[in-house]
Design a protein around this ligand. Structure first.
Ligand code: NDP
Length: 276
């Protein structure tokens, strides 16, 4: 059977093995998918061993996405734009690196949440790996504008500067959180790690336009701090990143197997497990 895995450190919490097992059952693909713990200083060796053992592809998670980028012989345009890789495919021509996080986000927003991105004013919060990976797919959705806001304004400005060419005619700007006062957005996406510290980014309350969707890339049972604040400040709809997790996995599955799984029942099962 073809062998795949998710590699990271830590890794025991990963839901990817369950998601890919469900995709394989549903599509009749014969494969195994496991969780691999790599030492913090031993990512490349762990990948090499996995290939020697017959591995066909890997998902890569924290903290190895940049190392995976360096290890790949060729990259998809979106991996190139992100400077990070979450999917490796091993073939006769070498190692191919892709980044499916951002496209997974866009698929979740569009297909699962019915969110119209075209013509929307999008606010993306954060300037780390997750925000970087989301930039190109969000620009590709043809929003009315894309604004990147971050605690460290210089990082937001530096990130936006690297997308000047890809933005086409779409207005793209960067700022700190306080500079958002007086502006409003149709879609507000939290790609900061604030929720991990049980905090919400300090946004001015008026950023949610009537009908706005608030989206947190983090997921958990109940509202994240950002989603709770968004509800209080008038967001019409809120959603967490569980759908993004399932959709990025589906994109990896398509790359490896050439078959698109139906994510709807897999996402519903996962949601039931999380909500207990
Ligand atoms: P990084 O460590 O690369 O980036 C962290 C970002 O969060 C930086 O912009 C940092 O700002 C900001 N930040 C950290 N703490 C705070 C705070 N207390 N208040 C405001 N801003 C803060 O993380 P990632 O980009 O890799 O991940 C970000 C989030 O996205 C995580 O919650 C992760 O779980 C989630 N994620 C979800 C995925 C999914 O499939 N659902 C996939 C990938 C990520 P500064 O620059 O000022 O330090």
């Amino acid at each position: 059977m073809d062998r795949y895995a998710v590699i990271g450190n830590p890794i025991s919490h990963s839901r990817s093995p369950a998601i890919h097992a469900a995709f394989a059952r549903q599509t009749g693909q014969r494969l195994t998918y496991e969780a691999l713990l790599a030492p913090l200083d031993g990512f490349a060796d762990a990948v090499a061993q996995f290939r020697v053992d017959g591995g066909r592809g890997l998902n890569v998670t924290v903290p190895f996405k940049r190392e995976a980028f360096a290890l790949a012989d060729a990259h998809s345009p979106r991996a190139h734009a992100a400077g990070a890789v979450n999917t490796l495919a091993f073939g006769p021509d070498g190692v191919y690196g892709d980044n499916t996080d951002g496209v997974g986000l866009v698929r979740d927003l569009r297909h699962n949440l019915g969110c119209r991105l075209e013509g929307s004013r999008i606010l993306l919060l954060g300037a780390g790996g997750a925000a970087r990976g989301a930039m190109l797919p969000l620009l590709g959705a043809q929003p009315a504008s894309l604004t990147l806001a971050n605690r460290s304004t210089d990082k937001a400005e530096a990130l936006v500067a690297t997308f000047r060419e890809q933005r086409g005619s779409i207005p793209l700007d960067a700022c700190g959180f306080s500079a958002l006062a007086g502006r409003e957005f149709d879609v507000v996406i939290n790609a900061t790690a604030a929720s991990l510290a049980n905090e919400a980014p300090p946004l001015p309350p008026g950023v949610f336009a009537p009908g706005a969707l608030a989206y947190d890339m983090m997921y958990r049972r109940g509202d994240t701090p950002f989603l709770a604040v968004a509800r209080r400040n008038g967001a019409a709809r809120v959603a967490d990143g569980l759908g993004m997790l399932v959709e990025q996995a589906a994109e990896s599955f398509v790359l490896w197997r050439g078959v698109r799984p139906d994510t709807t029942p897999v996402l519903a099962d996962l949601r039931r497990q999380i909500d207990g």
